[in-house]
Design a protein around this ligand. Structure first.
Ligand SMILES: *[C@@H]1O[C@H](CO)[C@@H](O)[C@H](O)[C@H]1NC(C)=O
Ligand SMILES: *[C@@H]1O[C@H](CO)[C@@H](O)[C@H](O)[C@H]1NC(C)=O
Ligand SMILES: *[C@@H]1O[C@H](CO)[C@@H](O)[C@H](O)[C@H]1NC(C)=O
Ligand SMILES: *[C@@H]1O[C@H](CO)[C@@H](O)[C@H](O)[C@H]1NC(C)=O
Ligand SMILES: *[C@@H]1O[C@H](CO)[C@@H](O)[C@H](O)[C@H]1NC(C)=O
Ligand SMILES: *[C@@H]1O[C@H](CO)[C@@H](O)[C@H](O)[C@H]1NC(C)=O
Ligand SMILES: *[C@@H]1O[C@H](CO)[C@@H](O)[C@H](O)[C@H]1NC(C)=O
Ligand SMILES: *[C@@H]1O[C@H](CO)[C@@H](O)[C@H](O)[C@H]1NC(C)=O
Length: 495
């Protein structure tokens, strides 16, 4: 079975990103808020307009955000949804005494603080927003076939994070387009098996219903990611620190040789990310923002759907900017996968038509994009495919024969000058190669040769040469699936 990304011009996006337990623990009875449409169900994303969270916030969510995402006295006394009952009264903390971790005064009949409800918890009148009671309204999905796929029920391991993989049989008799997907979350505490509290004995059997059709739409939808990997350095104690990654027009052309239409996208950073945007660079040198998160928070990611789709023409570049707040950090934040102590900078666009290409993204090393890196590396015969140096290569031999670590020899001056400006030995590629020394998997032999080499090459540079502040960067993106990606786009075509 092959799955290729896809859909079309009419589609439904039910955003199923999780309602983060983290926020629900910050308000009283955050796990017990009734769904105003059906009070025997829970409304998971209390601050959001959708039951499962993500996307637009409701008035309670906006007020919560304005209070610094804390249960404050003010927030408790407010009546965000203007239904005559304060937020505190709705959430079982009528006297505004609750503190995180504490036991609320009452835990029965918890009603929604962001949707006008009567005392029984039912939606009371025409809500101030489009309350999608059945959670899924999609005209394009009428008449489609459905297939439910669920994990076999399993016990959630007693460890913070578990990745689980299970294969499902999808129809292979002909081509289909996936129009929509709706979630089945059997245990909201453990979506993606994120068991931060190390609870034991919990089970989960979550899954999706896929809505698909053989009435093929004109286009497949693709997801394309731009960003920087590996070489991200965010200095400590900065209120705002911005990095950017741009995939150049020539490189974008390699992914698609026609104009693509962008219908939306999403930024991706970890907990220090505070704002982000994606933009296109036009051929006249100006840029146009595609979408922007002026207030980004990892626990409340927003999938942007553009009211008016935008196009990316031939020769136009695609960029992402990420801004971080490192004011609480004492040390430089590096690239990594731990959401608390490392960072990333990516942006994803949703676009059509999707090409047959299997490439899903373009990353950068400093000012070089993936295509430029590839073209430079192709000329660097002294590097083997895993970045090891080939000491018998003439260029390296010349450096090893003429230069010494720690002292500038006269015969080294010209040699060093010759190679220091060569793209294989300078700029962003050098930054990257030097950086690989810090990888835990680099063995001592590799480090010794590399250090010896760069030490010799730089031995005649005044004041230690490398004054370039390494900011952004990266390359060759092995796609790593971190849990955030899971929500993503369940719109696939089965081929
Ligand atoms: C309300 O939710 C419960 C539990 O999910 C479900 O069994 C029931 O059918 C729902 N009622 C309506 C009217 O949708
Ligand atoms: C989720 O966690 C909350 C609080 O820790 C608990 O009350 C609730 O029963 C859990 N839900 C499930 C389905 O295990
Ligand atoms: C992206 O960030 C870079 C570096 O901070 C900045 O020079 C550039 O103007 C930003 N682009 C946009 C569109 O904001
Ligand atoms: C580019 O266009 C040609 C036809 O002009 C097509 O055959 C080819 O598949 C296209 N390549 C990509 C990457 O879109
Ligand atoms: C940073 O240093 C301050 C003062 O030494 C300390 O209170 C704080 O906990 C440190 N923060 C981190 C994230 O290590
Ligand atoms: C991340 O930080 C939060 C809040 O400080 C903390 O509750 C959580 O345990 C941390 N998670 C990890 C994986 O370190
Ligand atoms: C190392 O470089 C020499 C000289 O260019 C070449 O003959 C040899 O094949 C290279 N070795 C590897 C493993 O690439
Ligand atoms: C280094 O280069 C300079 C000028 O390019 C030349 O005059 C000099 O002879 C060279 N020195 C050596 C040791 O090759």
């Amino acid at each position: 079975m092959r799955i290729t990304g896809g859909i079309l011009t009419t589609f439904c996006l039910l955003q199923i990103s999780t309602a983060y337990p983290y926020f629900r623990d910050k308000i009283p009875n955050g796990h017990l808020v009734a769904n105003p449409c059906n009070i025997s169900e829970i409304w998971f994303g209390v601050g959001h307009k959708q039951r499962y969270g993500n996307g637009e916030r409701n008035q309670f969510g906006l007020d919560f955000q304005r209070q610094g995402m804390q249960w404050t006295n003010d927030l408790c006394r407010m009546d965000s949804d203007e239904d005559g009952s304060t937020n505190g009264a709705e959430l079982g903390d009528p006297n505004c005494k609750w503190v995180p971790g504490g036991v609320p005064i009452q835990s029965q009949g918890i009603t929604h603080p962001g949707v006008c409800t009567d005392s029984s918890g039912h939606a009371c009148k025409e809500p101030g927003f489009d309350l999608k009671c059945d959670g899924f309204q999609c005209d394009a999905a009428t008449g489609t076939r459905k297939l439910e796929i669920r994990y076999t029920q399993m016990e959630v391991p007693t460890q913070p994070k578990t990745y689980k993989c299970q294969a499902f049989a999808l129809p292979t008799d002909k081509d289909y387009h996936l129009i929509a997907a709706t979630p089945h979350i059997s245990n909201i505490n453990h979506t993606y098996y994120y068991n931060e509290k190390l609870a034991s004995g919990e089970v989960d059997a979550s899954g999706l219903t896929l809505h698909f059709t053989d009435n093929l739409r004109p286009n497949d939808l693709g997801i394309f990611r731009v960003g920087l990997n590996y070489l991200l350095f965010i200095p400590p104690k900065r209120k705002r620190f911005e990095v950017s990654a741009v995939c150049g027009g020539d490189c974008m052309r390699e992914y698609s040789n026609e104009t693509i239409t962008i219908i939306g996208g999403q930024s991706e950073m970890f907990y220090h990310g505070v704002s982000g945007k994606m933009y296109k660079g036009k051929t006249d040198g100006t840029s146009e923002v595609l979408f922007e998160d002026s207030e980004y928070h990892l626990d409340s990611p927003k999938l942007h759907l553009l009211d008016t789709p935008k196009t990316l023409g031939q020769g136009e570049s695609l960029g992402v900017n990420c801004t971080y707040d490192s004011s609480s950090e004492n040390k430089t934040l590096l690239y990594g996968i731990d959401v608390n102590s490392t960072e990333v900078c990516f942006g994803h666009i949703l676009y059509y038509p999707k090409e047959g290409s299997i490439e899903k993204g373009c990353t950068t090393i400093g000012d070089l994009d993936q295509c430029e890196i590839r073209d430079i590396v192709a000329q660097c015969e002294h590097l083997d495919i895993v970045g090891h140096l080939n000491k018998s290569h003439p260029a390296l031999k010349e450096i090893f024969d003429n230069c010494m670590f720690g002292r500038c020899l006269q015969e080294c001056v010209n040699v060093s000058e010759k190679y220091s400006t060569h793209p294989c030995f300078s700029g962003s590629l050098k930054d990257f190669l030097v950086w690989t020394l810090s990888l835990p998997e680099s063995d001592d032999d590799f480090k010794t040769i590399m250090l010896d080499f760069w030490g010799r090459l730089d031995s005649c540079k005044t004041n230690n040469g490398n004054d370039k502040h390494m900011t952004s960067i990266s390359s060759v993106l092995p796609c790593y699936g971190h849990w955030l990606s899971v929500w993503v786009l369940v719109y696939f075509v089965f081929v």
